[in-house]
Write a protein that binds this ligand. Sequence first.
Ligand SMILES: Nc1ccn([C@@H]2O[C@H](COP(=O)(O)OP(=O)(O)OP(=O)(O)O)[C@@H](O)[C@H]2O)c(=O)n1
Ligand SMILES: O=P(O)(O)OC[C@@H](O)[C@@H](O)[C@@H](O)CO
Length: 233
Amino acid sequence: MIYAQILAGGKGTRMGNVPMPKQFLTLADKPILIHTIEKFVLESRFDAILVVCPADWLSHTQDLIKKYISDERVHVVTGGSERNETLMKGIEYIQENYGSHDDDIVVTHDAVRPFITQRIINDNIEAALKHAAVDTVVPAIDTIVQGTEGKIDDIPVRSTMYQGQTPQSFNIKTLVNSYNALTDAQKATLSDSCKICLLAGEEVTMVRGENYNFKITTPYDLRVASALVETRD
Ligand SMILES: Nc1ccn([C@@H]2O[C@H](COP(=O)(O)OP(=O)(O)OP(=O)(O)O)[C@@H](O)[C@H]2O)c(=O)n1
Ligand SMILES: O=P(O)(O)OC[C@@H](O)[C@@H](O)[C@@H](O)CO
């Protein structure tokens, strides 16, 4: 089975003083989350598409999906307090409702990356059918500087540096086994999901992202996203 999981369980604190978590803010004519779901329902190979949202936004999310999306594969699930807890809640839902098979894969995506393309989704599915873990990346444009307490520790060779995006896609069994093998201290250091597998010693394959597949994190990002939507319409 091939699943999609759209991670929409965050609060969007870096978006500042807005009335709702950023995934529900309007971009052009509809919520950011809906733009993202629309890209996923176009892919017919998904058996189910989970939208994992904050507990107190469950009925709002269900109402939005009723209004904008008519696809029976879409299900709304309650997320967790950390991003990877949200991911694992979605996996629990999959295993409880559809069972567990060795070749099951999941394509996970940030709800707040609405400019994902069909090419990126397709490349993730193809790669995850062959490899246990897959990340979507773009080559670093700026030089990456590593530092602590105001001083540079290292300036890695830029040609080996990438910026991680989503989707991040996994063989579900590998993901669950890797997550269960981590200590709480390791879990606390994670800023993405591919590192779950990396820390567990699994190989993680890269597929090409796009610069416009950026994450809407700050008010600046929302302005850029609004400008992009307008020029595309
Ligand atoms: N407990 C969480 C935290 C985050 N996310 C999702 O992960 C994606 C990327 O995370 P990020 O941009 O960090 O979102 P927030 O955690 O909402 O933002 P912030 O860190 O500014 O509060 C978002 O779609 C967000 O909804 C999630 O599903 N569950
Ligand atoms: O660290 P942040 O909370 O900004 O983002 C967490 C994830 O969303 C992020 O790691 C993926 O989008 C990959 O970059």
